[in-house]
Design a binder for this molecule. Structure first.
Ligand code: B12
Length: 284
């Protein structure tokens, strides 16, 4: 573990744990699955805290305010892979972040990095849930971390405040109701979905289940320098007139962001019927 700590530390990765590859199965179906090395043994699961403080004027969720984590985390993991390949030339290493066949929340728990909250997110003892997860899958056999046991405090506030009421009565998470999902959804939204977005005042993502969480109090500011640069706090027409490729909200066409901006100004939003009124019979 000691040499690994310094190899990863040199690449800028300070928080990680290791689990067996078999403990991450079954994998999610996605194109990246083909990059898993044959004979994979270990998964080095890494945490990337991204909390940069509060902003009363922000209209996008915290994960999207910082430079795109797919790029930042991707770069850090790539650096780590280069160092690992140098140190262990006969082994294979493949890096993944988000666009990953690994169920990252589950893998992080198995690698001892924290508990799964009632909101379904990984909560680290020190950094709370405002952490991205990325991993390196390898053929190298490594000493495994003890999986995290226990739960969050189970206060249930995250589920109670969910603006999309995404948790059903059995506690199942219905992603199609999650406001984060709705703000990213392409195409037309129903009146009810538009109303939920308008009421939240948020153009991209949703942090309500995290902001309310008792484990997210008094968090330290991220120790990843790239996340402290060029934070965006408001998505507006001026921002959208410029290139936005460096941010995670560029993942969808700009039309989705313009649609969400339009929803904020839509005075009819509150009166749009949730279900179209049944057609009246023609009485003539
Ligand atoms: C698709 C996706 C979404 C979808 C659907 C999310 C979902 N929960 O199904 C949408 C767009 C809604 C979404 C939203 C968000 N996401 Co997302 N998402 C993903 C992605 C790409 C795949 C998740 C997936 O489909 N997993 C499949 C399920 C079966 O596996 P699982 O999530 O591991 O679930 C297991 C356990 O965690 C547990 N579990 C899962 N959910 C729940 C819920 C409860 C109540 C309990 C008790 C247990 C539990 O049981 C499962 C079976 O083992 C992951 C990256 C990845 N590759 O994992 C990021 C990921 C989960 N998302 C992330 C983030 C940051 C978010 C947002 C906070 C972004 C935002 N601010 O708007 C929100 C949070 C919404 C929420 N409360 O989940 C981070 C979470 C980091 C963390 N600390 O946990 C991830 C890991 C991306 C990353 N690389 O950092 N996301």
């Amino acid at each position: 573990m000691e040499p690994l700590q310094s190899l990863l530390g040199d690449a800028g990765i300070r928080h990680f744990g290791i689990c067996r590859f078999t403990d991450t199965l079954p994998l999610l179906e996605c194109r990246a699955k083909s990059r898993i090395p044959a004979g994979a043994q270990s998964v080095i699961v890494c945490l990337f805290p991204y909390y940069t403080g509060e902003s009363p004027v922000a209209n996008l969720s915290k994960y999207a305010r910082v430079p795109d984590y797919h790029l930042v985390v991707g770069d850090l993991l790539k650096q780590a892979c280069l160092k690992l390949r140098d140190a262990f030339p006969s082994e294979q290493f493949a890096a993944f972040a988000d666009n990953s066949p690994i169920r990252e929340v589950h893998a992080a728990r198995m690698a001892g990095l924290g508990v799964v909250g009632m909101n379904g997110l990984l909560i680290h003892e020190r950094f709370g849930s405002f952490c991205f997860i990325g991993e390196i899958v390898s053929t190298l056999r490594l000493p495994y971390s003890a999986p995290s046991s226990g739960t969050c405090r189970q206060c249930g506030r995250c589920r109670a405040v969910c603006p999309g009421q995404a948790f059903d009565e059995n506690g199942y998470f219905l992603k199609e109701r999650c406001l984060s999902f709705l703000t990213q959804k392409k195409g037309e939204l129903t009146g009810e979905q538009r109303r939920k977005i308008q009421k939240s005042g948020v153009i991209w993502g949703c942090d309500r289940c995290q902001d309310i969480c008792v484990h997210n109090r008094d968090l330290p500011i991220t120790d990843i320098p790239a996340f402290l640069e060029d934070n965006v706090f408001r998505i507006d027409a001026d921002l959208l007139s410029r290139p936005i490729d460096r941010y995670a909200f560029a993942y969808r066409p700009k039309s989705v962001l313009y649609r969400n901006l339009g929803i904020m100004e839509d005075e009819m939003c509150d009166t749009t019927p949730m279900v179209p009124a049944p057609k009246q019979e023609n009485k003539d």
